[in-house]
Design a protein around this ligand. Structure first.
Ligand SMILES: Nc1ncnc2c1ncn2[C@@H]1O[C@H](COP(=O)(O)OP(=O)(O)O)[C@@H](O)[C@H]1O
Ligand SMILES: [Mg+2]
Length: 458
């Protein structure tokens, strides 16, 4: 056992040793020797996925911001941050960080350059079904079949019209080809009303799909006209062009003003929570596929930061249709991402609710204060057995204090995280303070009008 002074000296030694190895990711200072800088090996940290966990208010967002800034300081860094609560926009002050957002109801008319649309035609077949199909409907299998045939036909028409002959040979239902949803609805309506002549009796009878879409079509139509889903369905001409996907990929994987990558913070705060898993995994999948289809000598590594990951990457038995789709994309990235230079940084306050397949692929864990027993167990299960003692002091860590375990540091270390240069927005409303001294200026009439029109007018 090392005593006070020797421990401090030893910690300094570790600090010097890690610093000398290059690739420094500087988190803060060791608790044991608060003049010794705590440096992780940045290569090892991102090489095999990492995780930041801690109870609410323990300092996860600040730690994440600290890491994002360090990454952004590298001239050719490449990172996409899934920001669920508009928390990280202050980091946009960094010259290498841009802030984008998924179009909300207020962005449909005149969207700015920083607004992202994710047209429905980019969704894979299974993802689209999770969005529009009600699996409890007795006609669900028929609906899925007719929907898929119609979408294939619609895509084919586009390829023929644009003379894209090579694509015509090889396309599948999952190929990113814009198709006309209006045509799909028309065709399904026709099938739903179809009457045919019985060849035996010569009498008119219901067609094979007659009445099968009675609930499917209104469900699909209500999604299409809901402005909260506008980023998927309320599209301009530009969004329905085949090469929109090129623009989108550039937005996600390059910075706005130059042809270098950079850090992109994407604000998902206006995406309805029921489809959030599908939407986040759509972005992740596009990035993963672009990496897969890039020439290996050109492939530039990219990290995906998944904030509040328990919301869209839950354990399998707690996953609904939308989460199940997200899991299938993210489990693939967790398992194969390394081959293609895609790294995950999973951030969560509820590790016990996180998907264990994805968690078990994380080789570095930064754990801030954790008090819930189930959460402590979930984290400790990932650690080597001889670190059992960590469980006892996880609840005692101070705010912004963390234990770091993994191949990015020589030894498990207790670190006081340094505050980021630009702090994330706090997402806690100060009720008492607002009630006591806040300015009351809420325009309720305006809010009700916005609600009615589904557009936010300031
Ligand atoms: N490294 C740190 N140093 C000093 N204060 C911190 C640190 N990390 C967090 N805090 C304080 O704790 C608050 C909550 O941190 P935050 O990162 O938003 O927590 P979480 O994301 O885990 O809910 C911050 O607003 C800040 O006041
Ligand atoms: Mg947070």
């Amino acid at each position: 056992m090392l005593n006070g002074e020797r421990l401090t000296a030893f910690t300094r030694l570790i600090s010097d040793e890690t610093a000398s190895h290059g690739n420094p990711l500087s988190l803060g200072f060791y608790t044991m020797a608060n003049d010794a800088e705590a440096i992780l090996d940045g290569d090892a940290f991102f090489q095999r996925h990492a995780m930041i966990v801690g109870s609410t208010g323990s300092g996860k967002s600040w730690t994440t911001a600290r890491i994002i800034e360090q990454v952004a300081d590298l001239p050719k860094s490449n990172m996409v941050v899934f920001d669920l609560h508009s928390e990280y926009s202050p980091l946009g002050l960094h010259e290498n960080i841009s802030v984008l957002r998924i179009a909300g109801p207020g962005d449909i008319i005149n969207p700015g350059e920083d607004v992202i649309f994710l047209p429905y035609w980019l969704l894979g077949y299974e993802d689209m079904l999770a969005l529009v199909l009600d699996r409890t409907d007795e006609n669900a299998p028929n609906q899925a079949m007719a929907f898929s045939n119609t979408v294939i036909e619609a895509k084919k028409q586009v390829l023929i019209a644009e003379a894209m002959n090579e694509e015509l040979e090889t396309f599948t239902i999952d190929s990113p080809i814009p198709y006309d949803m209006g045509y799909v609805v028309e065709e399904l309506t026709r099938l739903n009303n179809e009457r045919v002549t019985n060849p035996g009796t010569g009498r008119e009878i219901n067609g094979p799909f007659n009445g099968k879409f009675n609930r499917f079509i209104p469900r699909l139509q209500s999604k299409r006209s809901d402005r909260r889903y506008g980023f998927l369905f309320n599209l301009s001409e530009e969004h329905l062009k085949t090469d929109y996907v090129n623009n989108l990929v550039k937005k996600l994987m390059q910075s706005t003003d130059s042809e270098v990558p950079g850090v992109k913070i994407i604000d998902f705060s206006e995406v309805p929570s029921d489809i959030l898993p599908i939407v986040i995994s759509l972005v992740a999948r596009i990035i993963f596929q672009v990496q897969q289809w890039s020439l290996s000598i050109e492939r530039h590594p990219i990290a995906l930061v998944c904030d509040e990951a328990h919301l869209y990457l839950p354990s399998r038995n707690n996953a609904g249709a939308s989460e199940a789709r997200a899991l299938s994309h993210f489990e693939r990235i967790a398992k194969e991402g390394r081959k293609y230079g895609v790294s995950l940084l999973i951030v969560s306050q509820r590790p016990s609710e996180l998907n264990s397949t994805i968690m078990s692929q994380c080789n570095n864990v930064i754990s801030l204060r954790l008090s819930n027993q189930a959460d402590k167990n979930a984290v400790c299960n990932l650690l080597p057995e001889n670190l059992g003692g960590i469980q006892d002091f996880l609840p005692t860590l101070g705010i912004g204090e963390a234990v770091v375990v993994g191949d990015s540091c020589l030894l498990p270390s207790r670190i006081k995280i340094k505050e980021p240069r630009h702090q994330p927005n706090s997402n806690s409303v100060k009720f008492w303070n607002e009630w006591n001294e806040g300015n009351y200026q809420q325009n309720l009439n305006n809010a009700v009008r916005n609600l009615r029109r589904q557009t936010i007018v300031e």
